[in-house]
Design a protein around this ligand. Sequence first.
Ligand code: ADP
Ligand code: MG
Length: 256
Amino acid sequence: MTNDAEIVLDAQSIAKSFDRHVVLHDMSLSVARGELVAIIGPSGCGKSTFLRCLNLLEVPDAGTLRIEDVTVARDHRGGWSREDERQAHFLRAHVGMVFQSFNLFPHRTVLENVMLAPRTVKRIAAQEAERTARELLAKVGLSHVMERYPLTLSGGQQQRAAIARAMAMRPAVMLYDEPTSALDPELAEEVLQVMRALDDEGMTQIVVTHDMRFARAASDRVLYVEGGHIIEEGDPDLMFANPHDAKTRRFLRTLL
Ligand code: ADP
Ligand code: MG
């Protein structure tokens, strides 16, 4: 990442506790347009919570978050103004999220799933929403199943539909929380191909993953998280070959 690259997502000093349990300590991450950032770390270290803070599914206790030109901030008392709430609504619409469990609407066809948010949130006309949805479904290889209901599809197809649905909102950044963990390897590969294709198009993406091969081969940068801290970040080849921090080394060794 060069210094003058345009920063699409800038999270500074994000903190989050549940009751007295501090889950995230002061986590900061700036992502440039077109970057693919992989977040790795042991289970329970706060990866999902961090990702959820980046689209305000969880409201951070402290820190600031900027997506393109929309900024929301909490002060040290957790203050959150009405203006911030409006900003938060706007910000969420600019972040696409894909979950491990697909989360498609089961009583809507694949095409309807992809059309729904642009229609209801952005009030896009039906014809235009359908045209965009068809284009996106073609791109993820689902033209032939778009009139079907999600549960009649393979897991890999459902996850690709979920990516198309998120992309339909024209997000500035896509977030993925273990998008392939529920999938057999060949179905996972279909999903990873879609993410690679989006990367080639210049999409900005952050993915929490256990797939170290994908993190190493496809990402521009890897973050190693443990205990709610970013322990180490850097170039994937360098980090996997020669982790600087003893904690990163220990984690990577457990995967061998
Ligand atoms: P990871 O995704 O790295 O496995 P999570 O972010 O899901 O980790 O969880 C980090 C910690 O925060 C865990 O100890 C988890 O139990 C706790 N946690 C996450 N969400 C909640 C919640 N809504 N309420 C209470 N504790 C939570
Ligand atoms: Mg998780």
